[in-house]
Design a binder for this molecule. Sequence first.
Ligand SMILES: Cc1cc2nc3c(=O)[nH]c(=O)nc-3n(C[C@H](O)[C@H](O)[C@H](O)COP(=O)(O)O)c2cc1C
Length: 184
Amino acid sequence: MKILVFSASSRNGSLNKALSNIIYEKIKKLGLDVSFSEIKDYETALYDGDVEASQGVPLNAQNFKALLDEHEAFIIVSPEYNFSAPGNLKNLIDWASRTKQQPFRNKQIFLASASPSLVGGNRGLWSLRIPLSALGAHVYPDMFSLSLAHEAFTGDFKALKDEKLNNGLEKLLNSFLKYANKSL
Ligand SMILES: Cc1cc2nc3c(=O)[nH]c(=O)nc-3n(C[C@H](O)[C@H](O)[C@H](O)COP(=O)(O)O)c2cc1C
């Protein structure tokens, strides 16, 4: 099983990217086939039906589809904007859904978020479940949302300060990966 960890924030110093990196390293340590990618590399203009009709799906969205096609399981780590998923992530999903054999069908997906708030961006993940489920992905029921994320990392951003939270994240990732592997 090939696993993709995808950070959906393009911000330098992103808390979600820091969480993505920790998740990536944890999966790598398990000896599994995992890669990392981020939304910054797939910037795409807002969906426009006329552009699609005249020029087709933009190159970056095609590249994103190709990236997804190479993996069976995705871990999407996304910020919450106004209680919802970020517009650029939703836009990328919309464009990718317009490609032949859209790349979400039957994929195993785990969602995670980080936010300075007490809720950790969890409401954004609930909104993300809707398009992903509509596209036929299997979105794992449990999610990981890191609250007070601005205080949650060690100084080098390579680990979570709280050992219990760290163990909880590992347990959750293990459960998802086992389930995803069995469901292939
Ligand atoms: C437009 C916008 C809306 C936001 N809305 C929320 C929100 O609804 N809930 C929340 O917890 N944080 C919200 N935030 C704060 C983000 O969680 C915070 O900026 C976070 O650090 C962004 O993720 P990143 O660090 O990975 O870039 C919002 C930020 C922006 C820019």
